[in-house]
Design a protein. Structure first.
Length: 331
């Protein structure tokens, strides 16, 4: 069954409201991601997947409805990316965010917000027959949309690597292969904010709360998830990012991990927190040491996972932003 077949099968579940050729709405994708991150099944040990492309989310939503989740497995060992090597620093979270906000005033970054999000991500994959975890491809996800709520999500295979960063040649699409291409017609795209977000703390907090459904008890981990969702739809200006960082900084539970180089070799400072609904994982937000911008998000297990068959500390996904130059270099 192809991705298109799966999409049509999903859409037939609600034929009265959904045209057969309509792509999955982004708010449905957002709900699917939340389900994948938090759902537990006591009747069987299912595969647990962090999905990185809209086409893959169609598979997950169909699995939620039908109760079946199938993925092709391969006889590979459990390989996840090596954790970043952080160097401890003396600055606390408020100091790190203050320094980042100061850097964000220097004029780097877009002069106007853009209805686009280009990211490079790595996503963990498992198989339902309890075979060992497999290497999953890295993907470029290019989200572009318009004021009339039309748009597209194009997912392109990047270079596939194992935990040591070595190329994995077998069974992976050639880098540059389009592996997902969704088109949204007018009024189909459902962003968190249809209009450019106001560069204020109150406006950003409202969007974060809308994204996470955390209510008034917003934790730093929840704020990070909200930031990730917003950056998946917008390329924000410096003032907007500064306001978003302040929302993260004002929420409880934030700690400084230290300095490191991200998976593209850029100097970053890491801030970590545990989302309220995902207490078995810790989220890390990566801030550029040069520009102050949010350039990455990672998730790591806090305890051994029998479901994933991974030890504590394993990286289960990462997303990198501000990667336009890197993408251009690979084309």
């Amino acid at each position: 069954m192809t991705d298109d077949d799966l999409t049509r099968a999903l859409q037939r579940l609600d034929p009265a409201r959904t045209p057969l050729d309509a792509p999955i709405p982004l708010d449905a994708e957002r709900r699917a991601r939340a389900f994948a991150a938090s759902a537990q099944n006591t009747r069987r040990r299912p595969a647990f997947v962090t999905w990185g492309s809209a086409a893959a989310v169609v598979v997950l939503v169909l699995a939620i409805v039908t109760g079946v989740l199938w993925m092709p497995s391969s006889p590979a060992s459990a390989l996840t990316p090596q954790p970043l090597a952080f160097t401890v620093i003396s600055d606390d979270a408020s100091q790190v965010i203050a320094q980042a906000r100061q850097r964000l005033t220097d004029g780097t970054g877009p002069a106007e917000p853009e209805r686009r999000s280009l990211s490079l991500g790595w996503y963990f994959s498992g198989s339902p027959d309890e075979a060992e975890a497999t290497v999953f491809r890295r993907e470029w996800v290019d989200v572009r949309w318009n004021a009339d709520l039309s748009g597209s999500v194009v997912t392109t295979a990047a270079e596939a690597t194992n935990a040591a960063g070595d190329t994995v040649p077998a069974g992976e699409p050639t880098p540059g292969t389009v592996v997902g291409d969704l088109t949204f017609v007018q009024n189909q795209f459902a962003p968190l904010s249809p209009t450019p977000p106001e560069p204020t703390v109150d406006a950003m907090r409202a969007l974060v709360l809308t994204s996470t459904g955390a209510g008034d008890q917003l934790t730093a981990g929840d704020a990070m998830l909200g930031a990730r969702a917003l950056l998946g739809e917008w390329t924000l200006t410096g003032p907007q990012q500064a306001a978003l960082l302040e929302v993260v900084g004002q929420a409880p539970g934030l700690r400084v991990v230290g300095t490191a180089f991200d998976r593209l070799g850029r100097p970053v400072v890491g801030l970590a927190a545990v989302p309220s609904g995902l207490t078995t994982s810790e989220s890390t937000l990566l801030l550029s040491a040069d520009t102050g911008r949010i350039v990455g998000f990672e998730s790591a297990l806090l305890a051994d996972s029998d479901t994933l068959k991974l030890p504590a500390g394993s990286i289960t996904d990462y997303t990198l932003w501000d990667v336009l130059d890197r993408k251009a270099d690979t084309e």
